[in-house]
Design a protein around this ligand. Structure first.
Ligand SMILES: *[C@@H]1O[C@H](CO)[C@@H](O)[C@H](O)[C@H]1NC(C)=O
Ligand SMILES: *[C@@H]1O[C@H](CO)[C@@H](O)[C@H](O)[C@H]1NC(C)=O
Ligand SMILES: *[C@@H]1O[C@H](CO)[C@@H](O)[C@H](O)[C@H]1NC(C)=O
Ligand SMILES: *[C@@H]1O[C@H](CO)[C@@H](O)[C@H](O)[C@H]1NC(C)=O
Ligand SMILES: *[C@@H]1O[C@H](CO)[C@@H](O)[C@H](O)[C@H]1NC(C)=O
Ligand SMILES: *[C@@H]1O[C@H](CO)[C@@H](O)[C@H](O)[C@H]1NC(C)=O
Ligand SMILES: *[C@@H]1O[C@H](CO)[C@@H](O)[C@H](O)[C@H]1NC(C)=O
Ligand SMILES: *[C@@H]1O[C@H](CO)[C@@H](O)[C@H](O)[C@H]1NC(C)=O
Ligand SMILES: *[C@@H]1O[C@H](CO)[C@@H](O)[C@H](O)[C@H]1NC(C)=O
Ligand SMILES: *[C@@H]1O[C@H](CO)[C@@H](O)[C@H](O)[C@H]1NC(C)=O
Ligand SMILES: *[C@@H]1O[C@H](CO)[C@@H](O)[C@H](O)[C@H]1NC(C)=O
Ligand SMILES: *[C@@H]1O[C@H](CO)[C@@H](O)[C@H](O)[C@H]1NC(C)=O
Length: 762
């Protein structure tokens, strides 16, 4: 029996100016200009305020029907319900959708939209659908423009997201808070991390910046963007989760608050050296904490409006608390909540539950209970169970000791590009949680980035509207029919290809393989078997959760579909997916060639004559892969670098942003502290960074007998190159991407198939 009353939270009445569905009408106008007059929207019930307010938090419901005058009527009890209902009609009846990278394809369907003989209805099974991880704002969106955000927010609204994290421009409010207590601008700015690294500064993992200082220009521009983002979120019926003051402070705070209780963490996050790690932490029990909290939230509300009561606040994310004493932990969380309540009596504290998994040896059940227990009213908190599909913590904590929590999937660690998914866990196990924990109030995504595997994001968000596990076979077929719509008949081979992917690539059930999907081609080369190296996040991620032969079968089918219907080459969804699958096939095969190379090197047959042909096989594969990925902006380094440069017209700042953009995806730190963790299989990056590294490796190995092989010596040579690439500059080595759809892409993929396909058995 579900305790429905648990989330009957009463929300304060806001003076909300306009109560309307204008935001949804605007979405239709943006994405379906050919069909602006085809829809009518009707809000029903008392759940209609943009900000859930003065009402009981309930599930969202919609109904879709045809009107006598031939329009499609969407009724719903909230704006999110209206957007969800609209999406249901578009995906299930018109077979069109909106996508990352590919953009909105909502208008490619029939010119006259099909009427409904019988109405469609839907009801969410949870009140909240959540999106974003604090780190997504760096790995994915560090350099996003308003255009990028508009697409993302429309995608989120249509997918039923009503609780999005909204970190952009956080530093602007913080600057004002610190100025007010007497810190100078340089004392404040020196504490911040660079444009690509703000997430970890916000988490208190790192401080300061390498390669330049964060300029006020950046901070101001980002905050202007945040105003657009949060306004649009509200217009689309979402409750933004806004930042708050977490306690991390610049060193100079001790000058202006000499008596405050300030501690230093000793986590040495990511093995960063001083002065980049262990920021000072103002204890929540110190009276100054509440003062700064009040200042922060008041200023933020003044600038963005009364748009939420939900605040994100993480103090111990990959930071070991100063003390494990139970009273210390209780006092810390008690005071933190009080600081929020003092400025917003209806405040709800949202925290990521990653710490209970990542630092599980510190966070014993007793400590978790003490820390959470000091928040006396359960509904004052929301916990994101961060990697529910792999390492859920809700069972061992008895549903977070009653605190409302959300079942969240973590895809795409570091923004790596590999194909990956756990369809059984996100359908079957999420529903087990729903049936067994009455404090489960939402489903969501806490991905590190969004580089691919969109199908599993869609699947989980749709699961939030169904109390029984979704039938993935039918789901994938429906997904394919909207993914490739708009260019004539969708050949049966595409459905067959995706059905193979569903039960192989997207059916990982091995808990030791997480969504860290990089390939060794992106890692610093070594003749010591790289497949045995531990990854940054734990178990070796380069073990595939599926047989590469299955992927090759799916690739073959997907390619053959274009023979059945050549117009597919002009379909952006097909162009994206055939590129992505070809990328993965080549990346997987690189591993085999590498293994053959090192085994020959370690054998008595090792000689230049035996090694050179294998080496040219490796570099030739990398050249092919680079050329393939340069075909589409979604897979190209230049897209990322151009976005970074576009944030300033000042060439000094452009160079700093360029360095940040390059450093995050390669060395990740001034001296390779987290090197290659955020690696990407991108055209331009493979050609100018990964391939030269492999060439350095090959050149070294060919002149070094195995008995004299010295990995440290090799790494030193590699680092010289890696360092020089960081500062290659705005015009440096980035190769521009093409937009090679249609015949041109057919030529590129066709060449891969004829040059490598035979070897791969197709
Ligand atoms: C047009 O609508 C019909 C049903 O009325 C459907 O079968 C067909 O697939 C639609 N075409 C497109 C391109 O969406
Ligand atoms: C905010 O949106 C407006 C259009 O509504 C646009 O002109 C402006 O550039 C956006 N601001 C930023 C910082 O992107
Ligand atoms: C700090 O404490 C000392 C000793 O109690 C007191 O004299 C001083 O005024 C305090 N300073 C501030 C800024 O509160
Ligand atoms: C927010 O709400 C409070 C209390 O109703 C009100 O005093 C304040 O003016 C509002 N602020 C903004 C920016 O709307
Ligand atoms: C994920 O699914 C597999 C296969 O059904 C199952 O064995 C495993 O326990 C699930 N893991 C979690 C964390 O639910
Ligand atoms: C996924 O894998 C599990 C465990 O190997 C298996 O029982 C299940 O049938 C697979 N599901 C699909 C859709 O292939
Ligand atoms: C790589 O290609 C070879 C054929 O040359 C094939 O035997 C092997 O299975 C492929 N490996 C992977 C991982 O795709
Ligand atoms: C290795 O052999 C290739 C030709 O197979 C030759 O071009 C190259 O110079 C040789 N390298 C060394 C280090 O002997
Ligand atoms: C090069 O790689 C292909 C594909 O894996 C394989 O068929 C071929 O035997 C390799 N050649 C050498 C010399 O390793
Ligand atoms: C460009 O930015 C740098 C670093 O912030 C600054 O020192 C310089 O004055 C700026 N140049 C111009 C022309 O604004
Ligand atoms: C390996 O190379 C490093 C750096 O060049 C050197 O310090 C070290 O002594 C070498 N190790 C051996 C075993 O020669
Ligand atoms: C990049 O190239 C353009 C055009 O050649 C030039 O105007 C600009 O100054 C260059 N920028 C840098 C940072 O080198």
């Amino acid at each position: 029996m579900r305790l429905f009353g648990l989330w009957t939270w009463i929300w304060t009445t806001f003076v909300v100016s306009v109560l309307s569905q204008q935001g949804i009408l605007d979405l239709v106008a943006r994405r379906m200009p050919n069909h602006v007059n085809a829809f009518e929207f009707q809000l029903t019930g008392n759940e209609s305020l943009p900000i859930k307010s003065s009402s009981i938090l309930t599930n969202d419901k919609y109904g879709i029907s045809s009107t006598t005058n031939g329009k499609i009527l969407v009724e719903g009890n909230s704006l999110s319900a209206l957007a969800s209902g609209l999406h249901r009609y578009l995906t299930d009846v018109v077979h069109v959708d909106i996508w990352w990278f590919i953009g909105s394809q909502l208008d490619v369907g029939n010119s006259t939209l099909p009427l409904l003989a019988t109405p469609l209805n839907g009801s969410s099974i949870v009140p909240w659908r959540y999106h974003f991880n604090t780190v997504t704002f760096s790995y994915l969106a560090a350099f996003w423009t308003w255009d990028d955000w508009e697409l993302q927010l429309d995608w989120m609204a249509l997918h039923g997201i009503n609780l999005p994290l909204a970190w952009v421009g956080f530093e602007k409010t913080l600057v004002e808070v610190y100025r007010e207590i007497g810190l100078t601008d340089s004392e404040i700015l020196e504490y911040f991390s660079g444009p690509a690294f703000q997430s970890w500064n916000r988490f208190g993992n790192i401080q300061a910046s390498w390669g330049g200082t964060l300029p006020m220009e950046w901070i101001n521009n980002q905050f202007e963007l945040q105003k657009n983002i949060t306004k649009r979120m509200v217009d689309l019926g979402m409750t933004p989760v806004l930042p708050s003051f977490a306690g991390f402070v610049p060193e100079a705070i001790t000058r202006v608050l000499p008596n405050a209780t300030i501690v230093t963490f000793t986590s040495n996050w990511g093995s960063f050296p001083a002065p980049y790690t262990n920021p000072l932490f103002l204890e929540p029990t110190d009276p100054n904490f509440a003062i700064l909290q009040n200042s922060f939230i008041s200023k933020q509300t003044a600038a963005l409006g009364n748009i939420t009561h939900v605040y994100t606040l993480d103090q111990y994310n990959e930071n070991t608390p100063y003390s494990g004493d139970l009273d210390y932990l209780r006092n810390s969380s008690y005071s933190t909540l009080q600081s929020l309540k003092a400025v917003d009596p209806d405040a709800i504290w949202m925290m990521q539950g990653w710490l209970f998994f990542a630092l599980s040896s510190f966070w014993t059940d007793t400590r978790i209970e003490a820390y959470l227990g000091a928040v006396e009213v359960d509904t004052n908190m929301l916990i994101l169970d961060l990697i529910s599909e792999d390492a859920p913590q809700w069972q061992r904590t008895n549903g977070y000791y009653g605190k409302p929590w959300l079942w969240c999937q973590v895809q795409d660690f570091g923004g790596n590009n590999g194909l990956y998914g756990q369809i059984e866990n996100i359908t079957i196990n999420s529903m087990e949680a729903f049936a067994n924990s009455s404090s489960l109030v939402g489903f969501g995504h806490t991905p590190e980035s969004q580089e691919g595997n969109e199908v599993v994001y869609d699947l989980l968000l749709d699961q939030a509207w169904s109390a029984s596990p979704i039938d993935t076979k039918a789901y994938f077929a429906n997904w394919v029919s909207r993914r490739y719509s708009g260019n004539g008949v969708i050949p049966s081979e595409t459905y067959a290809a995706w059905d193979i992917l569903r039960s192989t690539v997207y059916n990982n059930t091995n808990a030791s393989i997480l969504a860290v999907t990089s390939s060794i081609l992106e890692k610093s080369p070594s003749a010591n078997n790289m497949l045995l190296l531990p990854d940054c996040t734990g178990p070796d991620s380069r073990d595939l959760a599926y047989s590469p032969a299955d992927l090759i079968s799916a690739w073959n089918l997907l390619f053959n579909a274009s023979k059945t219907n050549p117009a597919l080459w002009n379909n952006p969804g097909y162009a994206h997916d055939i590129t992505d699958v070809t990328r993965q096939v080549l990346a997987n095969n690189f591993t085999d060639i590498y293994l053959s190379f090192i085994s020959t090197y370690n054998s008595s047959a090792a000689s230049n004559a035996t090694l050179s042909p294998i080496a040219s096989n490796m570099t030739s594969l990398l050249t092919t892969l680079d050329n393939l990925l340069l075909s589409l902006p979604a897979f190209s380094l230049s897209t990322w670098l151009d976005a970074a440069h576009a944030w300033s017209t000042n060439t000094t700042l452009q160079a700093f942003y360029d360095y940040n953009a390059r450093n995050l995806i390669t060395l990740w730190g001034p001296d390779g502290e987290i090197t290659d963790y955020a690696s990407r299989q991108w055209g331009g990056l493979i050609g100018t960074y990964y391939k030269p590294r492999w060439q350095i490796f090959i050149d070294y190995v060919l002149v070094t007998p195995v008995a004299s092989y010295n990995d440290t010596e090799l790494k030193t040579k590699l680092r010289t190159f890696e360092d020089s690439w960081q500062v290659a500059g705005a015009n440096g080595t980035a190769v521009m991407s093409r937009i090679a759809e249609g015949e041109e892409l057919k030529g590129v993929i066709g060449a891969v198939v004829s040059n490598w396909g035979v070897a791969f058995g197709i």
